[in-house]
Structure formats: structure tokens, C-alpha cells
Design a protein around this ligand. Structure first.
Ligand code: NDP
Length: 284
């Protein structure tokens, strides 16, 4: 049974979603990238995360193609660049994203990171999009504690649905305070780059050892599955790994079968200790 995450307003979604950064950048990978997203939907995933920034619209276009004819199965998330997040910019860029995505509604629209436009203006523009029915909800990304405090001064309680942040075994700093701050404000935390972008993290001996002690329906577990199961152990956490191939997508879905033991978690803590003090939010 895949764990689920409940958004303000009651929408309940599988805790595993799909990232799409760099999808659509290489013509020779396009078919398998689309197949990967469709396989995720076939296996019950709902959340697809993209952004106007990714490939200057190429990722949104690829997502649009992947979900054509199956829009109702998807909880669609995209993001606006901070430099576009003025009142007029939000109205215009949202419509441009909708066109590329081939739909008339974005389920969750995020401010990609905090920029120079006053939060009050961006929030006002997001609320206007909600009233017009172009978005279902709005949220933020890369917001640390102080940013959430500032946001709370200009947005109604419960208005911000999500905070998408860097969270993986490479970046545990947010465990000190930010995860709890999101929970306290009923903001869903979305973990981006949960696989450490497929880099050195997946070669950590501790992950290899733990993987060797677990199985999924696909066979022996892999370090990537352990890294993902570790992120998903957090209650209310939505993780959005990017899988550019059906094989990786299948493996990531099977990671939701893994239940890490206390023994596994202790071994991870010894190798990659949790934070003992405030760590400023990192960003990729
Ligand atoms: P991830 O941590 O998701 O890692 C993606 C890499 O891991 C790719 O190279 C992928 O390869 C590989 N991979 C995927 N599944 C497996 C597997 N089962 N075994 C081994 N390798 C695997 O990095 P991302 O940076 O892509 O983060 C995920 C998503 O989060 C992004 O795509 C984007 O949607 C979002 N994001 C948001 C940011 C923000 O500022 N809000 C910033 C960064 C990311 P392959 O493609 O070949 O499958």
C-alpha cells in the first residue's frame, strides 16, 4: 500500500510523485521519457512536477504530451520563475504554462523560489488565478523558516498548500526545523532531488548494505530505492524523483514497498548524521 499525503482542503494523493527536470531536452530520449511518465500513471502515481524554467518550456510540453487524454489521472504541478511573479506576470505566465501543458487547469502552482517581487503581490495574483479556476491551489518552493514567516504575514492561514524543498540523505538540514515548520502550518512538504540527482549518494556503502538486506516485488532492493524509502518515511512527505526511463520509474514505484527497520535507520544516522543545529536551506 502506497502511503498518501493529504493537502489542505482534503485532497489525498500518493506520497510518491514524478519529477521532470531535463525531460524533453534530448530528442533521442523523448519517447522513453514519455513512456516513463505514463508507466508511473499506470502504476497509480498522480503527481507530476514541472516548471516553466525546465528546458525553457520543453518539460511542460513533454508533460502535456504524456498526459494527453489522461488529464484526470494527474495532479499537475508547475512553477513560475520569481522574475515573472508580478501581478501581470503571473496572469500571463500561467496561461503560457497552460498552453504548453495542453490543459485548462493547473492543480498546484508554485513560486519557484523567492525573488524581488513582494510576496503580497504574488500571493494576490495566485489568489486571482484560483478565483478564475485556472489553478486549484498555490504554494512555494525553496522557502526557509524566515520566508514562511514573511509569507504568513500576507497570506491567509492554510492558503499556501505546499513548500517544495531539497531533501535527501545528502541534505538533511531541514530535519532540524523546516519540516516541523511546514507541518505546523499544514503545508505539504515536497522533497525534490530525493535521489541526490543520481550521483554519489547512490554509491554510499550504507545504502548498498541496507539494499542487500531487502527485497521488493522486482527482486533485490537497490540503493536508490533505499534512498527514496528513507525520504518517504517522513509522515506527510511527498517525494518527486525524476525517472527518465520506464525501468527507473518501475524501480521507484517498487521503493514504496520497502519498510526500513529501526536498525536500518540507526545505521543510516551513524553514516549520515541528522543535523544538530540550524542549517540554512540549501537549493539546487
Ligand atoms: P533526483 O534526485 O530525482 O535524481 C534524478 C536522477 O536519478 C536522474 O539522473 C535519474 O536518471 C536517476 N534515477 C531515477 N531513478 C533512479 C533509480 N531507480 N535508480 C538509479 N537512478 C535513478 O533529481 P532531480 O534534481 O531531478 O529532482 C527531482 C525533481 O524535483 C526534478 O526533476 C524536478 O521536478 C524537481 N526539482 C525542483 C527543484 C526546485 O527548485 N523546486 C530543484 C530541483 C529539482 P534517469 O533520468 O536516467 O532515470
Amino acid at each position: 500500500m502506497m502511503t498518501s499525503v493529504t493537502f489542505p482542503g482534503g485532497m489525498c494523493l500518493p506520497a510518491l510523485g514524478m519529477g521532470t527536470w531535463a525531460l524533453g531536452d534530448r530528442a533521442e530520449r523523448r519517447a522513453q521519457e514519455i513512456a516513463s511518465l505514463r508507466l508511473g500513471l499506470d502504476r497509480g502515481l498522480r503527481v507530476i512536477d514541472t516548471a516553466e524554467m525546465y528546458g525553457a518550456g520543453r518539460s511542460e510540453r513533454l508533460v502535456g504530451e504524456a498526459i494527453a487524454g489522461r488529464r484526470d489521472e494527474v495532479f499537475l504541478v508547475t512553477k513560475i520563475l520569481p522574475s515573472n511573479a508580478s501581478r501581470a506576470g503571473v496572469a500571463e505566465r500561467c496561461r503560457a504554462s497552460l498552453r504548453r501543458l495542453g490543459t485548462d487547469r493547473i492543480d498546484l502552482y508554485l513560486l519557484h523560489w523567492r525573488g524581488g517581487v513582494p510576496l503580497e503581490e504574488t500571493v494576490g495574483a495566485f489568489e486571482q488565478l484560483k478565483r478564475e479556476g485556472l489553478i486549484g491551489a498555490w504554494g512555494v518552493s525553496n522557502f526557509d523558516i524566515g520566508d514562511l514567516d514573511d509569507l504568513a504575514r500576507v497570506a491567509a492561514p492554510g492558503a499556501c498548500a505546499a513548500n517544495q524543498i531539497l531533501y535527501s540523505l545528502d541534505y538533511r538540514g531541514v530535519e532540524f526545523d523546516l519540516l516541523e515548520a511546514d507541518r505546523r502550518r499544514a503545508i505539504v512538504t515536497m522533497a525534490y532531488s530525493p535521489l541526490g540527482q543520481g550521483g554519489d549518494l547512490l554509491r554510499q556503502p550504507v545504502l548498498q548494505r541496507i539494499a542487500g538486506e531487502h527485497e521488493t516485488s522486482l527482486g533485490p532492493a537497490t540503493p536508490a530505492q533505499v534512498a527514496l524509502a528513507w525520504v518517504l518515511r517522513q509522515p506527510g512527505m511527498l517525494a518527486i524523483p525524476k525517472a527518465g526511463s520506464p525501468d527507473h520509474q518501475r524501480e521507484n514505484v517498487a521503493a514504496t514497498e520497502l519498510v526500513l527497520t529501526q536498525h536500518d535507520l540507526d545505521a543510516i544516522d551513524r553514516s549520515i548524521p541528522p543535523p544538530r543545529r540550524k542549517v540554512p536551506l540549501a537549493m539546487i
